[in-house]
Ligand binder design. Structure first.
Ligand SMILES: C[S@@+](CC[C@H](N)C(=O)[O-])C[C@H]1O[C@@H](n2cnc3c(N)ncnc32)[C@H](O)[C@@H]1O
Length: 174
């Protein structure tokens, strides 16, 4: 792991830039939905506005190219769950190349994964979040961080709104 998060971020940005240089477009349809990228610098800024010391494990539900997971792993253990095998492979390759050890990527439908081990969930939703609200364990004590203003989780309690750059993000609990 890099000695400081800022230094670690620089390596992650470089790895993402290299991956994206080989793509025609930075978005595509996947087996489960639509891949579009959050802004890495905003994710870093967003996480920096949270008290990350209170969380044990981060998970990105629909992790795309793995950017939020790679960035979160600079602060705490982090898991990416993504339905697209090519994106999972690219994420794993970047994590390995960067020597990031607190990272794992699962190629799976996140609607089928037990979310109990994760207490900081991140989602940049490509669809409404009803499925997620329904599958959170009743006794789940974690927080859900939603990137972007388009889909909000009805039925959860809003804790705060955080701006990362121009992007409105929200934090929720059960
Ligand atoms: C808008 S992109 C966000 C990507 C990434 N989280 C980021 O911040 O750049 C949504 C991602 O969720 C994935 N996805 C959607 N539904 C999914 C599901 N049920 N299981 C796993 N991945 C899913 C899509 O394949 C896509 O890569």
């Amino acid at each position: 792991m890099s000695d400081t998060p800022d230094k670690g971020l620089a390596g992650i940005l470089a790895a993402l830039a290299e991956f994206h240089a080989g793509l025609d477009e930075p978005y595509k349809m996947t087996p489960a939905g639509m891949w579009a990228c959050s802004k890495s610098e905003e994710v870093y800024e967003l996480l920096g506005q949270l008290d990350l010391g209170i969380y044990r494990r981060f998970a990105d539900l629909g992790s795309g190219d793995g950017r939020a997971v790679l960035i979160a792993s600079l602060f705490l253990p982090a898991t990416g769950i993504e339905a697209d095998p090519g994106l999972v492979e690219a994420s794993q390759d970047m994590a390995q190349g960067l020597g990031l050890e607190r990272v794992e990527f699962l190629c799976a439908d996140c609607r089928q994964v037990d979310l109990a081990p994760y207490d900081l969930l991140f989602v940049y939703p490509d669809k409404p979040l009803d499925w997620l609200v329904k599958m959170l364990p009743d006794n789940w004590r974690g927080h859900l961080l939603v990137y972007g203003p388009y889909f909000q989780p009805a039925g959860l309690t809003h804790l705060k709104t955080i701006y990362a750059g121009q992007t409105m993000c929200t934090l929720w609990e059960r």
